[in-house]
Design a protein around this ligand. Structure first.
Ligand SMILES: *Cc1c(COP(=O)(O)O)cnc(C)c1O
Length: 416
């Protein structure tokens, strides 16, 4: 059989050497890491920033008169400014540090949701949401007697604006949208969807977990009310993320968790609460995580999000072409606008078996439902195999993926 024609891929970025983990073979092979939708690897700049923080700057924030505490507080607030700039939020008070996307959504559901959503109200979610943007709303709906409406997903993995518009009504309080679907790669038309939601009097929460590392995000241009993301999918540490909330909404939201740092005064009769964003940051936060996240944002901005988007787009196009050239491979998610995610199924091979065989070839992908079980049900499949790209991936990684898939097909006696 002829070797597959190698299409010329415009390689724009060459960042592999910035990532220590990619220098270490896994099972004796060059690591081909294509599970970036689950978490990204960390550049040396991030690892060093965290370790330098503990070596030279560690102290609790906001409480000390001593120099280190002041210094640590400055680094923490500098991280907030860095997130503000990343999202182009109007003011840094609109940025609340969280553990990640999941906690950000829970914060909004608990704090804003309990005041703003009542019996008979509706929350509109797309059919491609991650469980993180479904379950907190279900819990809220059960508590307050509201219900969830789901925008259908087309065969190509897109939202049709007519279907969406038809679901909006006077009872819609909130629309929850994944900016980029983690299972399909679809980039949703968030700006237009937000405009329509606002016309209906609803607020909009955008789940940006798969967007911030892959494209420029501007919350003022999107005009959304809430935007959440996780640091660990943005080349940053685990356990840190952020919530953006429009100041006019955030300033009136009641506290969610109580404790130190979120109060103004405390007596046993009554406590008064701090201003935002401190009101939502009870207890000692993940200070080192904020420092690492700041370093990650600097790294990404240094490379340039437009350059990253172009690089990943080229890889995705190349991978898509190569995948479709294999017999029995079907892509799940063929939207016109996609970020660097290729989800696929292979005739005769269960996604989990595929993942295991690829692993023996040194290729790390994800196989399963991708925390989007309703979406898998809609496509009538138990799961997919998913290759998700980051800025450090290369055409060699795509070649390794394709070659490992051929081996899997040979092993199963499928393919050609
Ligand atoms: C990963 C992911 C989440 C959850 O992020 P956590 O970091 O686990 O809180 C939510 N939504 C999408 C689209 C994701 O990809």
């Amino acid at each position: 059989m002829n070797a597959p024609a190698v299409a010329s891929v415009p390689v724009l970025l060459d960042l592999r050497n910035d990532f220590p983990i990619l220098q270490h073979p896994v099972k004796g092979r060059r690591l081909v890491y294509l599970d970036n939708g689950a978490t990204t690897q960390k550049p040396a700049a991030v690892i060093e920033a965290e370790s330098r923080y503990y070596e030279r700057s560690n102290a609790n924030i906001h409480r000390g008169v001593h120099w280190l505490s002041q210094h640590s507080t400055d680094l923490y607030e500098q991280g907030r400014e860095s997130v503000r700039r990343l999202l182009n939020a109007a003011r840094s008070e609109e940025i609340v540090f969280t553990r990640g996307t999941t906690e950000g959504i829970n914060l909004v559901a608990h704090s804003w949701g309990r005041g703003a959503v009542g019996p008979g109200d509706e929350i509109v979610l797309t059919g491609m949401e991650h469980h993180s943007n479904i379950v907190p709303w279900q819990m809220l709906c059960e508590q307050v007697g509201a219900s969830i409406k789901v925008v259908p997903v087309t065969d190509s993995g897109e939202i049709r604006l007519e279907d969406y518009r038809a679901l909006l009504g006077p009872r819609t309080r909130l629309v929850g949208i994944a900016h980029v679907s983690n299972a399909l790669g679809t980039i949703n038309p968030v700006q237009e969807m937000t405009r329509l939601a606002h016309e209906a009097g609803a607020k909009v929460l955008v789940d940006g977990a798969q967007a911030v590392a892959h494209k420029v995000v501007d919350v003022q241009a999107l005009d959304c009310d809430f935007y959440v993301f996780s640091g660990h999918k943005l080349y940053g540490p685990t356990g840190i993320g952020a919530l953006y909330a429009r100041y006019g909404i955030l300033k009136d939201m009641p506290p969610w968790q109580g404790g130190g740092d979120m109060i103004h005064t405390v007596s046993f009769e009554r406590s008064t609460y701090a201003d935002v964003p401190q009101r939502f940051e009870a207890g000692t936060p993940n200070i080192a995580g904020v420092v690492g996240l700041d370093a990650a944002i600097r790294y990404v901005r240094g490379v340039g999000l437009d350059a990253i988007a172009a690089h990943e787009h080229a890889l995705l196009e190349h991978a898509t072409e190569q995948l479709l050239a294999l017999p029995g491979v079907r892509l799940i998610g063929t939207a016109g606008q996609k970020a660097g995610i290729a989800s696929f199924v292979v005739d005769g091979i269960h996604p989990h078996d595929l993942g295991t065989i690829l692993d023996t070839e040194g290729v790390a992908i994800r196989a399963g439902h991708h925390c989007a079980m309703p979406l898998m049900a809609r496509f009538g499949i138990p799961g997919t195999a998913r290759a998700s790209f980051a800025a450090y991936n290369t055409p060699d990684d795509v070649a390794a993926l394709i070659s490992a898939l051929r081996k899997a097909q040979k092993l199963f006696g499928t393919g050609s």
